[in-house]
Design a protein around this ligand. Sequence first.
Ligand code: PLP
Length: 487
Amino acid sequence: MRLLSCPRSAYRAAQMSPPAASSATSHSAPRLLGDQPQGGSVLSFYSTKGSPRPPRIGRAEGVYLWDADGRRYLDATAGAVVANIGHGNPHVLAAMQAQAARVSFAYPRFFESEHNVALADRVCALAGPGFDRAFFVSGGSEANEAAIKLARQYAVVTGQASRWKVISRNPSYHGSTLGALAVTGDEHTSSIYGPMVRTMPKVPAPLSYRLPEGESVESHAMACADALERTIEQEGPESVLAFILEPIGGLSTGTVVSPPAYFERVRRICDRHGVLVIYDEIMSGAGRTGKFLAAHHWLAARPDIVTLAKGLAAGYTPLGCVLVPDRIVDAVAGSGGFVHGHTYFTNPLSCAVANAVMDEVERLDLVTRARERGESLRRRLEALAQRSPLVGDVRGLGLLAAIEIVADKGTRRALPAAFNAPARLTVHGLRHGIALYNRRANLGAFGDFQMITPPLTISELELDELVERLERSLDDLAAEAARAKLA
Ligand code: PLP
């Protein structure tokens, strides 16, 4: 079942809000994809003509979204784990307006921008020792591409031109551009785009719930680290440039948190072989896990390069960032400069917005809040797991959390992949007034997860509401699975 193949009535029945002081207007747009002969929704690229359309967004404020018909949804995943400071923040909107009125675009290689400098100073200070420079781009895939290219150019200009392989993990997700897909561990996307890219070597990503027979979380993680060393040796250490990993998996593993010893062993292995360590913190960075970087949870194992996006500008404008040490930047700059750049890199409007977002992160102490609320969310989700027949596992760190949906908690058997439990849960969620982002990794081969990643601004009362609405949605899913004799 595809996400949009449920009856439109599922959306229509979504919860009505109390009358909102909304500027949203009711719309009379066609209700099925493809009804318009030209143009229309981008979803016509994802679902066949005649599929029902999701609600049209009207407005958003705090942790809530309203559709154009005034129905309210609690944003339980901050969109795609983006809206860290919540929606409609007045300080950010004012900064956006002020910057747009001054200058919205000036090419960064012609004109320095005040907000570029301020934001770089700020994120480097927040990231701490080893992160001296920041390169801003328009999103997560671009950030990973830039990180990999910078690492490669560094190798070339420092006499290590034989190093070009970037080892990554399976499963993993590093973005949608061809370069990012080359390091993404997802068989489904590889089956389509694999022949077009030079696919990079993969090692297993440690899992924590579906463990190989006889392994503990720790022993399995260490075996995965050892697989990295074996792969480096098989490939030839002189050919290996970097190892890229999500320190806490996103949708690829459903927020698996590995033991500290894993990160330490990975660091030692990479040091031994002169391999750079790149943390993809597109999801886990910018405060979501209760530290500014997830890397800060394991200080004995620092990465060389970190990529950020999502929470950095919190969805107010597109922005990504690569954090790098001086030694890499100086070597590349000294050899004629980074052979890379995009029209919109270091966009002044996005930098101004991200500075305002960071003001709010500091003013509201959202990094601490992510940790504290993360603990209360976890308690609530663990209690929910006791009640729900479908919730097999609760995991994550801070407000980067997920539940794993299973058919049988005893055996950990997943629901059949064709049932597509996450997509069905999203539909039930909309009916129960909760927005749940889902993107299926590896066609569900590693299990079904539901990320629970609300804005870091969420209150305790709103957390209660989130879990209550989630539970109702899970109850509907359980009933559906039982009717289909699957659980
Ligand atoms: N890396 C990770 C870990 C992600 O979760 C994502 C997006 O979900 C990306 C990279 C790609 O980011 P973007 O979609 O902004 O290109």
